[in-house]
Design a protein around this ligand. Structure first.
Ligand code: GH3
Ligand code: MG
Ligand code: MG
Ligand code: MG
Ligand code: MG
Length: 339
């Protein structure tokens, strides 16, 4: 039933679209690397006429220096240049983790099968022969654009995926926290107490460590509701919860187990140490009245303490034993600890 509900739930999830998806031609950042001035000017002019952002370099070394600042999507590089030629430039780009994905077109004036193979082996994406006609250049440019677009789209999608995963993890964590927390007192709730008890039980089995727990119940709580109203009853619950939390040792886990009942899990604690803690909790609750509009309200708690040992073979047994002693504390007149 739940599954069916969430299946049909009309949840609008907005998936961001890559902003350039509809554009047939989108602006590229191009780095032109060419030592010949007239060729450089020609390439720059053709690219600018098609609306692209162009930066020029006179050789491979200069291109490497400019690269991170320009972040080109396309490098059009001459083959032979002083300092660093196109083949070396291309190899260097392919070796770098941050720069390897750039589209590289190698230009040469000497056409041969060996040169073409050498260019592609160095990692070139395309190979253009001079003299360059505008028609061929723009045709090859469109192929480059398509690959660059595809790559950017993938990078964009990956970014979204990472962001969604992070948000999902955060929201899961929030939900998990909510599911294990009592809304009124902000103490861990019954479910948390059970999970924690299971962990502590296992740890205690493995390490032969002691484990104790307390059942704490507010005395005559019904009469506080009856006398002062439910709102003040809630305030009193929060007040007792805060007192217990502040009075317990750091390793002890105070949980709201039921209406006005609390469980305190005491890892690595034998019955005598647990009794002392329980006594401190009891005294601290009794010591401070809740200040309400109608005057001070004196609250007390009764506590049953139990330790995991022979005859107590499960968490259930442990809780039952603590609960029996809590009942005995009530019978014996309340505001006391029985162990
Ligand atoms: P005893 O000393 O025997 O424990 O008496 P008691 O009145 O505390 O015990 P009883 O179990 O009869 O009553 C508990 C009352 O706690 C009943 C219920 O109205 C109240 N209660 C339980 N949960 C809440 C809550 O979340 N808010 C408020 N205001 N009252 C609650
Ligand atoms: Mg040259
Ligand atoms: Mg009761
Ligand atoms: Mg009670
Ligand atoms: Mg009760």
């Amino acid at each position: 039933e739940l599954l069916r509900q969430s299946d049909s739930a009309d949840v609008a999830i907005e998936v961001p679209q890559w902003p350039h998806a509809d554009q047939a031609h989108y602006k590229l950042r191009v780095l032109v690397v060419e030592d010949d001035r007239s060729m450089r000017v020609l390439l720059e002019a053709m690219l600018k006429s098609a609306g692209h952002d162009v930066t020029v370099a006179r050789n491979g070394a200069e291109a490497m220096r400019l690269f991170d600042q320009v972040r080109p999507q396309l490098v059009i590089t001459d083959w032979r240049m002083p300092e660093m030629g196109g083949i070396e430039l291309c190899s260097k780009l392919r070796e770098s983790a941050e720069r390897r994905n750039v589209y590289v077109t190698i230009l040469t004036s000497q056409e041969s099968v060996d040169r073409l193979v050498e260019a592609f082996e160095a990692g070139a994406d395309d190979y253009l022969v001079k003299p360059l006609t505008q028609k061929i250049f723009f045709a090859r440019l469109r192929a480059a654009q398509r690959v660059v677009q595809l790559q950017e789209e993938l990078a964009f999608d990956r970014e979204q995926l990472v962001r969604f995963s992070r948000e999902l993890a955060e929201s899961n964590e929030r939900l998990q926290r909510l599911a294990l927390t009592d809304a009124l007192t902000e103490l861990p709730n019954r479910r948390f107490a059970r999970e924690r008890l299971e962990q502590e039980w296992a740890l205690s089995q493995r390490g032969e460590r002691a484990l104790s727990c307390m059942m704490v119940d507010i005395d005559h709580f019904k009469s506080i509701n009856d006398e002062f109203g439910h709102q003040t009853g809630d305030d009193a619950l929060k007040f007792v919860a805060d007192t217990l939390r502040q009075s317990a040792r750091t390793q002890d886990v105070v949980c709201r187990y039921g209406g006005e009942e609390f469980v305190v899990i005491c890892p690595d604690t034998d019955i005598e140490a647990a009794r002392q803690c329980a006594e401190r909790l009891r005294l601290n609750v009794a010591a401070q009245p809740l200040k309400s509009q109608t005057g001070n309200i004196h609250l007390t708690v009764s506590i049953g303490v139990a330790e995991k040992k022979e005859g107590i073979d499960s968490i259930e047994d442990l809780l039952i034993r603590a609960d029996e002693r809590l009942y005995a504390a009530k019978e014996a007149g309340r505001n006391r600890v029985i162990f």
